[in-house]
Structure formats: structure tokens, C-alpha cells
Design a protein. Structure first.
Length: 120
């Protein structure tokens, strides 16, 4: 749908727990509306089961991303994608989308936190 949608835990019919990310939004978009400029980078961690015949999801985290489009002197468009470490640098509407759709429980809030999480 070109916009960020929620991540939720889902229990299958055979009682296995998993996660569903309904939409990661846009990574790059020429659409000018605030919801379409927002995306997310999703990190999934998996672990082999003891019998090594299967693996399971052990953790999920996300970083919100914000796209900025500028027009250069030669009239070409340049797109820059930034992690949202500070909500004050994005429009209030974008912050509200992050809060409503994703919450803060699984959010990575700083470059240092991202580096630490990825090293685990």
C-alpha cells in the first residue's frame, strides 16, 4: 500500500507464534504525501532449533526511515533516505504514523543501539 503498516504477533492454527509485517512503506518514492515518505528497515533474528531441521524467529526490531527528495541544479531529483533517530526532525504527522502503526517497543532509537543490536 506504499505506507507503513503495523507489525503484529500471530498464532498459527497449530499454535506456533510468528510475526507479520503488513507493509514496510516506501524506501524511495516520488509521492509527495507525508505517509508515503515514511518507510522502515526491518531486522529479523532467527535461531536453529536443536535438531537443526528448522529454525525460528527469535526477535524483530525496526528503524523508521524518512525520504527527502530535492531537485538539483540540473533539474534531476535526488532522493536521500535517513533513519529517524529524532522524531523532531520529521513532521508531526509522520511521528503519529510511527506511534500508531508501529509503537516504540520494537523500535531502534539510535545508531549506537542499532550497532549493538546487530552485533548480538
Amino acid at each position: 500500500p506504499h505506507v507503513v503498516r503495523k507489525i503484529e504477533e500471530y498464532t498459527t492454527k497449530d499454535q506456533r507464534k510468528t510475526m507479520i509485517a503488513y507493509s514496510l512503506g516506501n524506501f524511495v518514492s516520488n509521492q509527495p504525501w507525508t505517509p508515503n515518505k515514511l518507510g522502515m528497515l526491518l531486522y529479523l533474528k532467527f535461531k536453529d532449533n536443536e535438531d537443526q531441521k528448522a529454525f525460528g524467529l527469535t526477535d524483530i526490531k525496526y528503524i523508521p526511515l524518512w525520504t527527502i527528495r530535492t531537485i538539483e541544479k540540473d533539474s534531476t531529483a535526488k532522493f536521500r533516505i535517513y533513519p529517524v533517530w529524532d522524531d523532531k526532525k520529521i513532521p508531526a504527522e509522520a511521528k503519529n504514523i510511527i506511534d500508531k502503526q508501529l509503537g516504540n517497543e520494537k523500535r531502534i532509537n539510535s545508531e549506537q543501539e542499532a550497532t549493538t543490536y546487530l552485533k548480538k
